[in-house]
Design a protein around this ligand. Structure first.
Ligand code: ADP
Length: 460
């Protein structure tokens, strides 16, 4: 990565990682490779974390309840002050897209490794993001770029204008939550009321909007990388159509079957949008793709879970690049220097029952990870690790890279066969079966395919 940034004096030499689990390990590795010191934090439930031992400082900041630890801004800022950290990396989830946290970090004289509060406010709110993208000339899913009013008659008229089915979405939603599909007029008002209440409780923001519910789209996204000097590039595309309940299960790069001349203008529009809003660091523009057309749905103003598939194909360490951008180092990489090679898949290994999908907590008694060229494993668990019931069920990400998609599928099959996690339930049986499926192997399946496939798989 060193050749991709022109050198400058770094702004900080110690990074506090305000997260847990596999991403805390991933960020710590990037920091160490850049010669930076690290501060890891934990809740009382995570004192056993392996990354605590390898950090320069390890600070317990509160009880298991995330509201009082990983979401406790004051506790995190205090930990940074006490350990002399000059920057905070928020990872994904928790405070990563929180405007007030980004601002509080900067107000404390520290560097937030992510965009500034203004960019998060614009792009982290799905309604203002949609407005900004329309202004930048990027096509969005049909529907108004304004919040839904409370007045029932107006809402009914908006739905009629769009045409059923429609989807009601929370402006502040994330993680596949705060969305409801409405098939017919009689269900509209109740769906709006329920989603508004959910949005208020889950995201602290009751604003909703409505758009056309697309019937058979694929989820395709563009990774961008920007410095603080107005330079920006896109690092290719990913397909994240394999979803259950709007949550990604398997991701791949590149999205199969998309011709370069179709995707290139979209990538360039994303870069332009970043330059227009003065975006810094890494980000992802998410699109639905149907009948040869792209429709913007949202921007994630942070590092994403699936960033490794882009690292594998582009050869660029996205976390290191993100940290260097935050250090104010100039991106010394032109679009023409970004060359994506081969094909990569990522499987999210979750501690959950493969039939009921209920989280499975408890001690991991034994583990076997796959090995070999083109196989990568991002995880925080180890034999004896206790999977906590308090947090997300993601325990590992298995990533492969091969010259072609077909070879990458074979490599993933072999890697999954060589993976064993004992003591808790995982979704490994589901992932193994999915990689044997003929339609998935063919590629270009839509966002509804996995749920349909799951029904048949569970019935069999
Ligand atoms: P989140 O921020 O919770 O991830 P997104 O807006 O990215 O929410 O949407 C997540 C998923 O929900 C998409 O990948 C897609 O599967 C589905 N979805 C969202 N909007 C639409 C739509 N207009 N039509 C069909 N599916 C949609």
């Amino acid at each position: 990565m060193a050749e991709n940034f022109a050198s400058a004096d770094p702004l900080f030499d110690t990074v506090l990682i305000a997260n847990r689990g596999e991403i805390a390990v991933r960020i710590q590795r990037a920091c160490r490779e850049l010669g930076l010191k690290t501060v890891s934090i934990c809740s009382e439930a995570d004192r056993q974390a392996s990354y605590g031992e390898t950090a320069d400082h390890f600070v317990c900041i509160g009880p298991a309840n995330a509201r009082r630890s990983y979401l406790n801004q004051d506790a995190i800022l205090l930990a940074a002050r006490l350990t002399g950290a000059g920057a905070i990396h928020p990872g994904y989830g928790f405070l990563s897209e929180n405007t007030s946290f980004s601002a509080a970090v900067e107000d404390a004289g520290l560097t937030f490794i992510g965009p500034d509060a203004r960019s998060i406010a614009t792009m982290g709110d799905k309604i203002t993001a949609k407005k900004a993208m329309i202004a930048a000339g990027v096509p969005c899913v049909p529907g108004p770029d304004t919040a839904l009013p409370d007045d029932h008659a107006t809402v009914e008229q908006i739905a009629r204008d769009i045409g059923y089915p429609v989807i009601i979405k929370a402006a502040g939603g994330g993680g596949g939550r705060g969305m409801r599909v409405v098939q017919e007029p009689s269900a509209l008002i109740e769906a709006m009321t329920l989603t508004r209440e959910e949005a208020r409780q889950a995201f602290g923001n009751p604003a909703l909007y409505m758009e056309k519910f697309l019937q058979h789209p694929r989820h395709i996204e563009i990774q961008v990388l920007c410095d603080t000097h107005g330079n920006a590039v896109w690092l290719g595309h990913r397909d994240c159509s394999m979803q259950r309940r709007h949550q990604k299960v398997v991701e791949e790069a590149p999205a199969p079957g998309i011709a370069a001349d179709i995707i290139e203008p979209v990538g360039l529009a994303c870069v332009e949008a970043c330059q227009q809003i003065g975006y810094r660091g890494v980000g992802t523009f998410e699109f639905l793709y149907e009948d040869g057309k792209f429709y913007f749905i949202e921007m994630n103003t942070r590092l994403q879970v699936e960033h490794p598939v882009t690292e594998m194909t582009s050869g660029i360490d996205i976390v290191q690049a993100q940290i260097k951008a935050a250090q104010g180092i100039r991106l010394d990489l032109q679009q023409g220097d970004v060359i994506c090679d081969g094909h990569s898949f990522e499987c999210r290994i979750n501690a959950e029952d493969p039939d009921t999908f209920l989280p499975s907590a408890g001690a991991v008694t034994d583990i076997a990870w796959p090995q070999g060229e083109g196989v990568r494993l991002d995880t925080h668990i180890y034999p004896g690790y206790g999977v906590s019931p308090y947090y997300d069920s993601l325990i590992a990400k298995l990533i492969v890279h091969a010259p072609t998609r077909a070879e990458a599928i074979t490599k993933m099959r072999t890697a999954l066969a060589g993976t064993r996690v004992e003591g808790i339930s995982t979704n490994l049986p589901l992932l193994r079966a999915l990689f044997e499926d003929a339609a998935f192997a063919q590629g270009e399946t839509d966002i509804h395919y996995l749920e349909k496939w799951l029904k048949a798989w569970r019935a069999a």
